[in-house]
Design a protein around this ligand. Structure first.
Ligand code: NAD
Length: 467
């Protein structure tokens, strides 16, 4: 039951909502359930803070570098809280915090380039870049801090201010991050708001917001695009994925099995760019299933705070039910679990790491995003058939090709309809690269200089050479 709390931003009695530890399934804390009416004040403050923040690029660089240092200094507290509410192993929380700081540093040093238009006319025409204004950043629960940083670091570096809304499943580490960043940034340059819906919907449609940058599921992304249409704010959407890994005939199974397993199961499969389907030449199918099942059988599953844990719980009860439902449907339709296929006994939202074979190609575990620790392994007879199958879903985030002949692998990778294709790896990302899904996986480009320009507008000054 939500409990009242005095002293909200609006001066009214505020409500709080429970935050659950997925390793136990029990509430361990609460967060403020801010109401949509509070957004007017928050956005007005962000608007006022923008005027000072946009004016001094050198001060921004220094502040963002200071923010990165502050995040690292607070690393231990942030990591424990992140693991507590998200579920991931502590080592992965530390890695997420390192990536959060790295993003701040990368964008702190990135500046847009003024460009002269040289088209032969006797004029001096120059393209400069201007920030947009207050930016709304709405993020999911799978990587609450690093995905938030992927939004606020380029937005702030570009000279915008940010209102950041985490998922109600993971509000606490983001609130702590907001307090840490406040030690390095001017007041109201970055504000964290927490609450249940319709807070996100109202933020996306707020008339004072000039860019809505959203990461989450496809259906919510559609709703966000619709909400932002009210104010014609710019929209960047980083949405779901259902990435295929395509193994070639010359693949060295022993050599790649660990990498392939972790590409699917890191963060308990709750990664937009996880491998969610594996296509294997029919003659290698049994060997690949055995290699993956062996790893699923022996991986240490447990609470993220336990030092030996490699695989934590699913983040929330809704997601666990979804993973269970698509797995049960596949099994009912004739699939076989080479390992797993069920929830684990005991408290918490644990699901056994699962390797499925004999799955129907049209099964939801193949065609939809299940976003959990489940991996169907599908045999193919011809490469064309495999490429067609890999490209057959509505998603297009990432994909990978695995084999020994790297030239052949690259030729196949080039045929994948997605934003990033890897060879013998999956989901290895550089801060400097563009990140953009195709089809239902996204709109707009994040990452690298493209992410910076996504938070800027061109401003052209046109000057004749004579009066
Ligand atoms: P979600 O779409 O349910 O929620 C995402 C965020 O939107 C949360 O903060 C949520 O509170 C908020 N929200 C909910 N309804 C809203 C509305 N009507 N208007 C505005 N905001 C609203 O997603 P989730 O379950 O938190 O996260 C999992 C999804 O995120 C998966 O589909 C995954 O693939 C995707 N994801 C994509 C990327 C990427 O970079 N492409 C990265 C990570 C996760």
């Amino acid at each position: 039951m939500p409990t009242p709390e005095a002293g909200s931003a609006s001066g009214r009695e505020a409500v709080r909502f429970p935050v659950v530890d997925p390793a136990t399934g029990e509430t361990f804390d609460e967060a403020p359930d801010q109401q949509p009416g509070e957004l007017d004040d928050v956005v007005a403050r962000a608007q006022r803070a923008w005027h000072g923040w946009r004016a001094d690029p050198a001060a921004r660089t220094a502040a963002l570098r200071g923010a990165a240092d502050a995040v690292e200094t607070a690393g231990d507290d942030l990591a424990r809280l992140l693991t507590r509410e998200q579920g991931k192993p502590l080592a992965e929380s530390y890695a997420e915090i390192a990536r959060t700081a790295a993003r701040l540093r990368y964008f702190a040093d990135l500046a847009p380039r003024t460009r002269r238009i040289d088209d032969g006319r006797p004029v001096h025409s120059e393209v400069r870049w201007r920030p947009l204004g207050p930016v709304a950043a709405i993020v999911p629960w799978n990587f609450p801090l690093q995905l938030a940083a992927a939004k606020f670091a380029p937005a702030l570096a570009a000279g915008n201010t940010v209102v950041l809304k985490p998922s109600p499943f993971t509000p606490l580490a983001t609130r702590m991050l907001g307090s840490v960043l406040a030690t390095a940034l001017p007041e109201d340059v970055l504000t964290v708001v927490t609450g249940r819906e319709p807070l996100g919907a109202r933020l996306a449609s707020h008339p004072g917001i000039r860019h809505v940058t959203f990461t989450g599921s496809v259906p919510t992304g559609r709703a966000v695009a619709g909400a932002a249409a009210a104010s014609l704010a710019r929209v960047t959407l980083e949405l779901g994925g259902n990435d295929a890994a395509l193994l070639l005939d010359d693949v060295d199974v022993d050599r790649i099995a660990d990498r392939l397993f972790w590409a699917a199961f890191r963060n308990c499969g709750q990664v937009c760019m996880a491998v969610k389907r594996v296509y294997v030449p029919a003659r290698l199918h049994a060997e690949v299933v055995e290699a993956l099942a062996q790893r699923a059988k022996t991986v240490a599953v447990g609470p993220g705070l336990d030092p030996g844990t490699r695989l934590g719980p699913v983040n929330n009860a809704r997601q666990l039910a979804r993973v269970e439902q698509v797995t049960e449907q596949a099994l009912a339709d004739g699939a076989r679990a080479a390992w797993g296929g069920h929830r684990l006994d005991g408290p918490g939202y644990f699901f056994a790491p699962t390797i499925l074979t004999d799955v129907l190609p049209g099964s939801p575990v193949v065609t939809e995003e299940q976003f959990g620790p489940v991996l169907p392994v599908l045999p193919y007879r011809s490469l064309d058939e495999a490429v067609d199958a890999a490209n057959s879903t509505g998603f297009g985030l990432g994909g990978s090709v695995w084999g020994t002949d790297l030239d052949q692998a690259e030729t196949v990778a080039d045929r994948l309809e997605c934003g990033t294709a890897w060879i013998n790896h999956h989901a290895e990302l550089s801060l400097a690269q563009p990140f953009a899904g195709v089809k239902d996986s996204g709109v707009g480009v994040a990452g690298g200089p493209w992410g910076l320009y996504g938070n800027l507008r061109p401003f052209v000054v046109h000057r004749p050479q004579e009066v």
